[in-house]
Design a binder for this molecule. Structure first.
Ligand SMILES: [Zn+2]
Length: 263
């Protein structure tokens, strides 16, 4: 279930503040990717059960809206059929016959973020570490649905954190972005939830998330280009209090061409 659908492509770079042993991440999931980091940072595989228990704790799941029931496809199919009637269409014509079923499947996939198991998303890729330089993953492509119109918005996320208790395999950051974007969202909340999740799970000293987004509800409806492109950010911990750190992050993002990603 968590594997369904498109997977955002990431051109993320692992930056270690210029100390010269950074390495690329192509954003794909590598099984057992812990080994890949061992030469760079002194890691120990984190006790799986303790963290998994935290990630499956009911309070935690509620806080991050992660325990929604299964999508009721039958109800969606009926509703879509009604919408087709309501707009004057004939739901029984050939081209539309399978549409309610397809739409139900699409929503199950596009809204799968509410039902992901965070322990599985993170999948043992969290390590204890003594390391406190900024880790940054840039240009993570995301797709979401705006909660006001249920129309897509999409763009790129740039995520950075200062490790506290733990670090996470780089390929997991795009999966965390997925988990929160495959929902009904507003871009501001999406940005904030990604930051808070990383802060909480990693015990990070600071988290920065910047997202740009283009919103189909503005672009397609002729509301004007006014609000079609927007940028949001969330700064927690050290990124909130330390202006230099924040500027360093912004410089990284701009070097990645964060602005050109605005369509
Ligand atoms: Zn909207």
């Amino acid at each position: 279930m968590a594997k369904s659908g498109f997977s955002p492509k990431s051109n993320g770079k692992y930056s270690e503040n210029g100390n010269g042993h950074g390495h690329d991440s192509d954003g794909r999931d590598h099984e057992g990717n812990g080994a890949a980091h061992e030469h760079a940072i002194n890691v120990n595989v984190h006790g799986e059960t303790e963290l998994d228990a935290q990630l499956r704790d009911e309070e935690f799941l509620n806080r991050f809206e992660l325990n929604f029931p299964e999508v009721d496809r039958e109800v969606i199919m009926t509703a879509v059929r009604n919408i087709l009637f309501a707009v004057g269409e004939d739901p029984d014509r050939e081209g539309l016959l399978a549409t309610p079923k397809r739409v139900a499947g699409a929503y199950a996939e596009l809204l799968s973020g509410y039902r992901m198991d965070p322990a599985e998303v993170i999948n043992n890729a969290v390590f204890d570490v003594e390391y406190d330089d900024m880790v940054i993953v840039r240009d993570i492509e995301y797709f979401s649905l705006c909660e006001h119109h249920m129309l897509p918005f999409m763009g790129h996320a740039h995520v950075a954190y200062i490790p506290g208790e733990r670090v996470i395999g780089l390929s997991k950051i795009p999966r965390i972005v997925d988990m929160f974007s495959r929902r009904l969202q507003v871009q501001e909340r999406l940005t904030r939830q990604i930051a808070e999740f990383i802060e909480t799970v990693l015990g990070a000293k600071g988290v920065a998330v910047m997202m740009d987004g283009v919103h189909m509800c503005s672009m397609m409806r002729g509301v004007g280009k006014l609000h079609s492109g927007m940028s949001t950010s969330a700064f927690l911990g050290a990124f909130k209090t330390d202006r230099t750190l924040r500027q360093e992050f912004m410089a990284h993002v701009q070097r990645a061409g964060g602005d050109k990603s605005m369509m």
